[in-house]
Ligand binder design. Structure first.
Ligand code: TXA
Ligand code: MG
Length: 347
């Protein structure tokens, strides 16, 4: 299959209408959102969801997120809208927050990975919103990477992973946030965060009064199964062996320097993730800068690109600093720990 790569802005009505038509006919179109690029298909057609799993090589028990462009679109796809959802939507939609509801009959089980709940999000991105409307209002979209690869933060990443496997890629430039949306489950008495993202527990608590966080996010040794099926798979793993080094900056730098020297002495190609203040200190084969120390937004925006670049450069051993777990930092550390298979050295 030939994949069409189309550069778009939000007023490219003709292109967006054509992309919407592809979706209505059962096709797959990747599109930008404010978090990462999504791989879109018609959420209400079982066959489209099946095609999404196939194109990504994703296990079909890992449910998709349904993207909408209007709050009113929610009524048709969920059994009930709890008050908490209305409050959260008022504050955070459109935006990087996915909410989980009991699904209506309209949503095929193929879209929800066999579950009777459905995840819904309204992205804060003009191209995404116009595209969703042009496609009929309900786009099922996981991140537009091949399963097991880092999520795409630009159209070139989607092209690398999915060219020849999908109908079209809408290139709207780099995304803003760089890590996937926060997921909050509203189907139980107490709302629960299943995946950390830009919208933090504190921000949700301010609106709802209370929210819990899936224990497996906070405690890496927790033996419970994560509640979001997608969080159970080994994700975002670079080809090289990635280890996080955590502690005071001077001690971390000293440890990373000696570990990198050791790896280089064994003939390994080495990589490092550090911040602006320290990039000059390292002589690894690939030195990546995640922005200034303490700038978690810069780290989020750079993370997946850095991991992809290590793969392209065939880096075999990678050391990364740890990021603060405040605010967006919790999402960054959650993804980085997964990429590292939870290998972390405390110094
Ligand atoms: O920012 C985002 O959310 C991006 C953009 C494209 O919107 N999408 C995204 O989709 O990250 P994906 O498929 O890569 O991740 C969806 C996650 C998976 O971990 C999945 O298991 C979980 O959401 N999920 C979806 N529906 C669920 C449900 N009904 N119950 C529990 N978890 C669910
Ligand atoms: Mg994903």
């Amino acid at each position: 299959m030939e994949t069409l790569l189309v550069k778009v802005t939000c007023d490219a009505q003709e292109e967006l209408t054509a992309a919407g038509e592809r979706i209505k006919q059962g096709g797959l179109v990747a599109f930008p959102t404010e978090t990462v690029y999504g791989l879109g298909g018609d959420a209400l057609q079982a066959a489209s969801s099946r095609r999404i799993y196939e194109a990504k090589g994703r296990p079909s028990d890992n449910p998709l997120i349904v993207h909408i462009a209007e709050f009113g679109a929610l009524h048709a796809i969920v059994r009930e809208i709890p008050q908490s959802a209305i409050l959260l939507a008022e504050k955070f939609w459109p935006g990087p927050l996915t909410m989980i509801f009991h699904k209506s009959e309209l949503v095929p089980l193929e879209t929800t990975g066999g579950l009777d709940t459905v995840a819904v999000r309204m992205p804060n991105h003009d191209i995404a919103l116009s595209f969703i409307r042009a496609a009929g209002g309900y786009i099922a979209a996981p991140s537009a990477n091949a399963s097991g690869r880092p999520s795409p933060t630009c159209a070139a990443h989607v092209w690398e992973d999915l060219q020849g496997r999908i109908d079209m890629i809408l290139d709207g430039g780099d995304v803003g946030i760089g890590v996937e949306s926060t997921i909050v489950d509203l189907t139980d008495d107490v709302p629960m965060i299943l995946r950390p993202g830009f919208i933090t527990a504190d921000m949700i608590r301010e609106v709802l009064g209370r929210v819990e966080i899936d224990r497996t996010i906070l405690d890496v040794n927790c033996k419970d199964r994560p509640k979001a099926p997608g969080m159970r798979y080994r994700h975002y793993a670079p080809k090289g062996e990635l280890t996080i080094v955590e502690g005071e900056p001077d001690a971390v730098n000293a440890t990373m320097l000696s570990l990198l020297t050791e790896a280089a002495a064994q003939g390994k190609k080495t990589g490092v993730i550090t911040t602006t203040e320290y990039v000059d200190k390292f002589a690894a084969d690939s030195v990546k800068c995640a922005g200034d120390r303490g700038d978690e937004a810069a780290a989020a925006a750079a993370l997946y690109r850095m991991l992809r670049e290590f793969d392209e450069e065939d880096i075999e051993v990678i050391y990364s600093i740890a990021f603060s777990e405040d605010g967006l930092g919790q999402a960054v550390m959650n993804r980085l720990l997964k990429a590292a298979g939870h290998q972390i050295i405390q110094v």
